[in-house]
Write a protein that binds this ligand. Sequence first.
Ligand SMILES: [Ca+2]
Ligand SMILES: [Ca+2]
Ligand SMILES: [Ca+2]
Ligand SMILES: [Ca+2]
Length: 259
Amino acid sequence: MRAASPPLCLSLGLLVALGACSGGDDGDKVDDSAVERVETSCTNNQDDDVDGLIDCDDDDCAADPVCLAPDTETSCEDGVDEDLDTLTDCDDPDCDAELTCIWPSAIQVDLEATLTAYGEVECQINSDTSIAYYFDSCVTSASTVLPKASSDLGCTSCDRVYAGPVMSTSDGCAATLGDDIQFVASSLTVGLVFSSETSRELWAYDDDAGAWTQATTLTHDANTWVSVDHDELLLDLPDCLNSPLAIGSLSMTVRVTDG
Ligand SMILES: [Ca+2]
Ligand SMILES: [Ca+2]
Ligand SMILES: [Ca+2]
Ligand SMILES: [Ca+2]
């Protein structure tokens, strides 16, 4: 004959016994309705306290920073993630249409100055005497990548200002004209006005005049923005009565590529 299996019976018996010992009435029973339930997470897209209101819609979340934050990025250039979606400024799709996120943060500037010299030029020393100067045609070119400046540097008309040093890539005109005449400065401070889809104004800071002037207008050409300006090159020679001397035609090409 098999013995009865006591463990289960004993367990049940123990539970019943404990239950009986715990009081015997409802005095110590926890009343669920008296427990204050709250939305335990304001970002989990769940109604944690089952009151029909999810996350920020629930008053429990009224003071949560996530719920106090605006729905979108309110400034696209302040380095702050206002809407707390972990995407800051231009990284946030909220800023996709903002010009500050469309405009380039750096530009490559390629410059080329081509002098088509007239050749021999007469310098009038006095009423009876003149001497001839001869100038060769020449090309000087330079290139640089300019980062966006941290401010408008005084160019109130500019949408964005760029500044930095310039590297000369070939300076053929130095041999012809001497080092005193430089078509390309050793550093550039330029501003862009983003006028339209096909046109930009290029402003330049003139160190000598201490002022900004509109230098040229760039038009869209494939992946770059280009301007070509032609001017007669006048050379100031104090010893010549007929100074300044027109020595040739100067063509200046500016090519800007968004970086
Ligand atoms: Ca929730
Ligand atoms: Ca809720
Ligand atoms: Ca921001
Ligand atoms: Ca954001």
